[in-house]
Design a protein around this ligand. Structure first.
Ligand code: IPM
Ligand code: MG
Length: 359
């Protein structure tokens, strides 16, 4: 198969981790007889420096013309003082909205080889950690108006949080469908004891539940959910939640699996053209040092093959290679444990490439 992949290297460690994912994709292409064509797209801080805009229209157009988009990470302190609408992160939000990818799927699964890297007690980890956070990605407070003004001489900031029932229903469906393909348990997370948008969220989820009688729906307040994720993560199968709660909970969920550096994500909308990115940030403090963990990005590339290109065998081959790399005791600094062999970012990519084989 021929596939056009738009590649956003971005800022900080973005270019280093993307390089390793591209090597992996090249290896898969050679092994399975595919052709992947990579088109570089500027987004984030590097686009601000080059074009004065975190996502120029022409760069978004390249993404929309591709079969899918692979993204490293964007942002850094260098752009901290630019106005809010020009920040590197704004480029990412415009990309997500421009692509219409409303459904962000963030798996939290512990690799057994990394059980000791989890900050949780062994008895909690031993009960298993394997759930998915389905995060609404193009609505809510991220996309409401943001203003700062003087009100009677007092500086006042306003961020508006809006959800309509159609936006809730379409992400709710993804939650139910995802649960249906797994353990059939869906936990809807909100703050309905305080927020109107959450009360509407809960109402829509319960109305939808009638269409999915095979899925068990439960509700959880977001503060309780944050607690339950560290207390008893084994209870979760699929969590569905709004944009900002999903942002916060997915960082927490990733950490209990050992390292945020291991976690990939997919973002999809109505078409098969998806956005695939690790869930971590651009880590400017370690950029250029060749010590970042590229596995979150490599596994994001695997998700692209699985969900956008229908290449399940190829995706399995990448995931097997990551497992074999961990089995062999190789570790990047973020998951390093006594007795393991420490490697850098590019060595990690090379090792995983060398372990990719057909089943
Ligand atoms: C994420 C990130 C982004 C978000 C930032 C970089 C805008 O934290 O993908 O989780 O908040 O969505
Ligand atoms: Mg985040």
């Amino acid at each position: 198969m021929n596939k056009q992949i738009a590649v956003i290297r971005g800022d900080g460690i973005g270019p280093e981790i993307i390089e390793q994912a591209l090597r992996v994709l090249e290896k898969v292409a050679a092994l399975y007889g595919h052709t992947f064509t990579f088109t570089d797209v500027d987004m984030g801080g590097c686009a601000i420096d080059k074009w004065g805009d975190p996502l120029p229209e022409a760069e978004l157009a390249k993404c929309l013309a591709s079969d899918s988009v692979l993204l490293g990470a964007v942002g850094g302190s260098k752009w901290n003082d630019v106005p809010g609408h020009m920040r590197p992160e704004k480029g990412l939000l415009r990309l997500r909205a421009g692509m219409g990818v409303y459904s962000n799927n963030r798996p939290a699964r512990i690799w057994p080889q990394l059980a000791d890297a989890s900050p949780l007690k062994k008895e909690i980890v031993d009960r298993g950690i394997d759930f998915i956070i389905v995060r609404e990605l193009i609505g809510g407070i991220y996309f409401g108006s943001h203003t700062t003004s003087d009100v009677d001489g007092v500086k006042t900031a306003v961020d508006v949080l809006t959800y309509d029932e159609r936006e809730i229903e379409r992400i709710g469906r993804i939650g139910f469908e995802t649960a249906r393909k797994r353990g059939k348990r869906l936990c809807s997370v909100e703050k309905s004891n305080v927020l109107d948008s959450s009360r509407l969220w809960k109402k829509v989820m319960h109305a939808l539940a009638e269409e999915y009688p095979d899925v068990e729906l439960s509700d959880m307040l977001v503060d309780n959910c944050a607690m339950q994720i560290v207390k008893n993560p084994a209870q979760f199968d699929v969590i569905v939640t709004e944009n900002m709660f999903g942002d916060i909970l997915s960082d927490e969920a990733s950490m209990i699996t050992g390292s945020i550096g291991m976690i990939p994500s997919s973002s999809l909308g109505a078409s098969s053209c998806g956005l695939y990115e690790p869930i971590h940030g651009s880590a400017p403090d370690i950029a250029g040092m060749d010590i970042a963990n590229p596995i979150g990005t490599i596994l994001s590339a695997a998700m692209m093959l699985r969900y956008s290109f229908d290449m399940a065998e190829e995706a399995d081959a990448i995931e097997r290679a990551v497992g074999a790399y961990l089995d062999a005791g190789w570790r990047t600094a973020d998951v390093m444990q006594p007795g393991m062999k420490q490697v850098g970012c590019s060595e990690c990519g090379a090792l995983i490439c060398s372990l990719i084989t057909k089943a």
